[in-house]
Design a protein around this ligand. Structure first.
Ligand code: ZN
Ligand code: ZN
Ligand code: ZN
Ligand code: ZN
Length: 416
């Protein structure tokens, strides 16, 4: 992840909605693919039109409906708007959003959207295909963000009201249980299930791995997949699931798999390894843009140099985290069988990119002449003048988990 320059010279972070130096509202411009100051468009004469603040772009913009109405998004659409609901290139994939009449759901939705936008940054960076049938993609990508139904008193027969929501993927639809956006609930489940980390972005990366199995492997490269991950038809998924919850993972899982859960079935092995691959690409991209490593593009790199750099970064950052009393940042160990699986995924991503002739990446293109790489000391200075995140704060909401100088968190925008 990179930062973006504001017109005032301050750095804007991917989640920002306002520049704390010049006080301009900011948003993501889909035309020049930058976080930019949103300038009033004088040609629309008070009609609320906006203009991209990047002087090399200047596109006429309007905020995403989820930015205007709920402040869970910070992206814009280019005029004229063709998307009927006025939703941006990330929000348009939502099929179900949380029930906003339930206290606390707005903040949880905000966290989910922030993680989802980062997922789209990763997919755009790698040039992977995704979309709807209209974009020529099968299956269509969509998202359901839902909470378990709570049976109303005396209405226990109402099955819909007591629906159990399972985080997962089915035929292009990624469902995330809203409970995962509650830090206490998620950490409890992480400890209960013995996981080294459990994050929202991690959920998206895992579930989108199932999506890409459908897009890039199913009916196309299944034989090659079996050679690396094993036979996904034998045992069947339901047989494997039953065995996993009855017997647990094999004692030697760490010799062959990226995680204990990956040992359940080849499909889960693929999704877990895919998620680890996306995490590696994201970490290398961020480390370059923050000045920790030299120019290094995971899109054009071979796998081996990526693994070496990720390992070097992991050693340093894990020690940093331990010195702060935090969990390891890079807990994965890439044993030889896992490296083979990563190699399969690396090649698959390259094939997906080559086949992606129709769709454009979401936001991989840096602004012209602006691919500068701040030194670490510059990056530190910049974080002191701009918080990394300025999320919506509905009244009575608990503070979201942001990293910011406490005296520089801007007041919460009023909800409309
Ligand atoms: Zn500014
Ligand atoms: Zn622009
Ligand atoms: Zn949006
Ligand atoms: Zn899965």
């Amino acid at each position: 992840m990179r930062t973006y320059p504001c017109i005032c010279g301050n750095s804007l972070f991917y989640d920002n909605t306002r520049c704390l130096a010049c006080d301009h509202e900011v948003g993501f411009c889909p035309v020049c693919r930058n976080m930019v100051a949103l300038l009033a468009d004088k040609s629309t004469d008070g009609a609320g039109g906006l203009r991209c603040g990047n002087p090399e772009c200047g596109a006429a913009l309007v905020k995403c409906a989820n930015y205007i109405e709920h402040q869970v998004c910070n992206r814009c659409l280019a005029l004229p708007v063709t998307e009927p609901a006025g939703l941006c290139d990330c929000c348009r994939f939502n099929q179900t959003i949380p029930d906003l009449t339930v206290p606390g759901n707005l903040v949880k939705w905000y966290r989910l959207e922030a993680a989802k936008r980062r997922l789209f940054y990763d997919l755009g960076h790698l040039g992977l295909p995704y979309g709807t049938a209209a974009d020529g993609i099968k299956p269509e990508l969509s998202f359901d963000f839902k909470a378990d139904g709570i049976p109303k008193a005396n209405l226990w027969r109402n099955l819909a009201a007591s629906e159990k929501v399972f985080t997962g993927h089915a035929d292009g639809k990624i469902t995330i249980n809203l409970r995962e956006a509650d830090e206490v609930e998620r950490e409890k489940r992480r400890v209960d299930m013995g996981e080294s980390k459990r994050t929202l972005i991690g959920h998206f990366r895992h579930e989108v791995g199932h999506f890409y199995w459908d897009v890039l492997v199913k009916d196309r490269r299944e034989d090659a997949f079996k050679e690396v991950f094993g036979d996904h038809n034998n045992p069947t998924y339901s047989e494997a699931l039953e065995r996993h919850y009855k017997d647990g993972p094999p004692s030697d899982w760490a010799d062959r798999f990226i995680s204990a859960y990956a040992s359940m079935h080849p499909w889960e092995d693929f999704a877990e390894t895919w998620a680890a691959y996306l995490s590696m690409v994201s970490a290398l991209d961020t480390s370059f843009h923050m000045g920790f490593t030299r120019q290094f593009d995971p899109v054009t790199s071979d796998l081996e140099p990526m693994l070496v750099r990720y390992q070097q970064l992991g050693v340093a950052l894990n020690e940093m985290n331990r010195s702060m009393g935090l969990l390891d940042l890079v807990p994965e160990i890439f044993v030889p069988p896992v490296r083979e699986k990563l190699r399969f995924i690396h090649e698959l991503v390259g094939q997906g990119r080559a086949e992606n002739g129709v769709l454009q990446p979401v936001d991989a293109t840096p602004r012209n002449g602006n691919a500068t790489n701040p030194s670490i000391s510059q990056a530190q200075t910049l974080t002191q003048t701009q918080t990394q995140s300025d999320p919506p704060m509905p009244a009575n909401a608990s503070a979201p988990d942001i990293v910011a100088a406490p005296n520089e968190i801007k007041p919460a925008p009023a909800l409309q």
